[in-house]
Design a protein around this ligand. Structure first.
Ligand code: ZN
Length: 182
């Protein structure tokens, strides 16, 4: 199985395409794309990847979550395929928190996102999921859904002062961990 995808990076026009709804969910070809992207996320230890980031112009992404050194408060969620996703409701409240992206290497930024969302999507077996996410998972979902609309997290950053290089961000976290009791 091909899992050595080339990731499209900021500046490559295909990253800005608006993806088409998935209509071949039960097909072997589509199921293999899901397998390949799940394997890719596992190998890279990432939290998610959208089809458009590897040049697949279809509306689906993989979402996977586990606590780690970058996001110690992330919940546990096995790699899940999220197909034809929609946000059907969102809170008025927005929150800023740090994001990064495989398509924007070396950069971290504070990104405002809805704190709570209600969503609808299909699983790979065609089952409809209607659920609610808040905080970290809501952020991850919004980040990945943006990719399907050709948007990248830096588009939503309010100020260049909310951006950091990966190495500055890591040293900030190291400094903060001394007074963080969570
Ligand atoms: Zn991303």
């Amino acid at each position: 199985m091909k899992t050595d995808f080339d990731i499209l990076e900021l500046g490559q026009s295909d990253l800005r395409r608006i993806a088409e709804p998935v209509t071949d969910i039960q097909s072997t070809v589509f199921q293999q794309k899901i397998d390949a992207l799940i394997e890719f996320v596992k190998q890279r230890g990432g939290m998610g990847i959208a089809a458009t980031q590897v040049g697949i112009n279809q509306r689906f992404f993989i979402m996977s979550s586990h606590p780690n050194d970058r996001y110690p408060y992330a919940p546990d969620m096995p790699a899940t395929s999220v197909i034809n996703p929609e946000i059907v409701w969102h809170s008025d409240a927005m929150e800023k928190d740090w994001e990064g992206c495989l398509s924007v290497p070396g950069l971290r930024a504070l990104v405002p996102r809805y704190q709570q969302i209600k969503v609808r999507y299909l699983l790979r077996n065609g089952e409809l999921v209607e659920t609610e996410y808040h905080d970290f998972m809501a952020r991850l979902f919004q980040h990945e859904l943006d990719h399907l609309d050709g948007k990248v997290f830096v588009d939503r950053v309010e100020s260049s002062l909310d951006m950091m290089t990966e190495s500055s961000w890591r040293s900030m976290l190291t400094q903060q961990s001394g007074d963080n009791d969570k």
